[in-house]
Design a protein around this ligand. Sequence first.
Ligand SMILES: NC(=O)c1ccc[n+]([C@@H]2O[C@H](COP(=O)([O-])OP(=O)(O)OC[C@H]3O[C@@H](n4cnc5c(N)ncnc54)[C@H](OP(=O)(O)O)[C@@H]3O)[C@@H](O)[C@H]2O)c1
Length: 371
Amino acid sequence: VTTASPATAPAASAADRVPVAIVGASGYTGAELVRLLSQHPRVAIAGLYARGKAGEPLAKVFPQFAGLPDLGTAPLEPFDEAAVAARARVVFCALPHGESARIVAALAARHLTVLDLSADFRLKDPAAYAEWYGTPEHPHHPDPELLQHAVYGLPERHRDALRTARLVAVPGCYPTATILAAAPLLEAGLVSPEGLVVDAKSGVSGAGRTPTTATHFSEAGEGIRPYKVAGTHRHTPEIEQELSLAAGRVLRLTFTPHLVPMTRGILACVYATPTDPTRPAAAYHEALAARYAHEPFVTVLPPGQLPDTSFVRGSNRAHVGVAYDARARRVLAMSAIDNLVKGASGQAVQCMNLALGFAEHEGLAGPAMFP
Ligand SMILES: NC(=O)c1ccc[n+]([C@@H]2O[C@H](COP(=O)([O-])OP(=O)(O)OC[C@H]3O[C@@H](n4cnc5c(N)ncnc54)[C@H](OP(=O)(O)O)[C@@H]3O)[C@@H](O)[C@H]2O)c1
C-alpha cells in the first residue's frame, strides 16, 4: 500500500491538461464525473456525449452547471468514436451494461485509456458474465479477450495493476462498500469465508436518472424494502469474486440489498464468523486500522463509532467500522460511501489518477457535504 501525497502540486496549464471525454454525460454518474473532472487540476473536459439528450446544452439537462464558464453551454453530442479519439486521451463510459461493452471495445482499439463504470468488464470469468448479464439477443460477453486486460478499479485492492491499466472496470457501488469492509478481515484470516452475510442499503440515485415505478417518490419516499434477494442481485458475483481473492479460496455469500429513502449513500454491514471466538475484540479494529493506515480515502472509525452515509456524502471517502458481538460470536464489519462518488465517479477519477501517474487524491481531496 502506498500513500498519496497530501501536498497539491500547482494546476497544469491549459496546454498541459489531459483531454478527457465523458460518454453518458446525461446520466447521474456522468453528471458526477462532470462535477469532479471540471475541478480537477490536470485534466480538461474535451467532449460530452449522450444518447436521447444529445443536441441539448449540458445546463438544460443538468441546471446545476448553468453559468459555469465553458460548462453550462457545452453541448451534449451524439457518440462518435472517431470524434472522441480525435479529441480525448482518456474516456469515461457511464452507460448501461451491455451498451458499454461495444463502445469500450471500439475506444480501446484506438488506444485510449478507458474507465468503464458499467458492469461489462468487472467479472473475470466470461461464463459468469453470460450467466448474470447475458440476454437472448446477447447471450455472451462481446469481447472475452479484452475482458482479460481489464483491471478491477478498486485502488485499495489493485493499486499496482491500475498504474499501468488501459481499461479499468470501475466497481459497483455495493461491491465497493462491502469489499472495503470485509476484505482485510478475510485476508488476515480473522473471519471465516463460510456463511458471510452482507446486508446493504442504497439511496435511490443508485438506480440512475430514468424514473421507474420502484423509484417513484411516492413508492420509495417513506418505506424501506429489500429487493433482488437470495442470490439474485448482479453485484453478488462481483463481491464474491473479490472477496474470494482476499480469502484465498472461492466463497459464496448471502447478499441482501435494500432501497432506502435517501438520494445518495450506501451502507454495508457484513456479518462474519470469527476464526477464533476467544480473540479480543480489539484485534478486528487493529487489523482494519493497519490495513488502511496509509489509504488516502478510507478512514477506519475509532472503536464505538459507527459509519453513517451522512458523513461521506459528496466525497470520495469511505468510513469503515467494526464491532465484535461476543455473545453471538459474530464480527460485524461496516462501511459507508457515497454511491455516486466512491461508489462510481470519484473512484473512476481515483483510478484515472493512478493510470496517468497523478497523485491519487488530485481532484478528490474535498471533505463530505454535511449537513
Ligand atoms: N448510479 C449509481 O450509483 C451507479 C454506481 C456505480 C455504477 N453505476 C453504473 O454506471 C452506469 C451509468 O449509471 P447512471 O446511474 O449514471 O445511469 P443513468 O442516470 O440512467 O444514465 C445513463 C446514461 O447512459 C445513456 N444511455 C442510456 N441508454 C443508452 C443506450 N442504449 N445507448 C447509449 N447510451 C445510453 C443515457 O443517455 P440519454 O439520457 O441521453 O439517453 C445516460 O447518459 C451504469 O452502468 C450503472 O450500473 C451506477
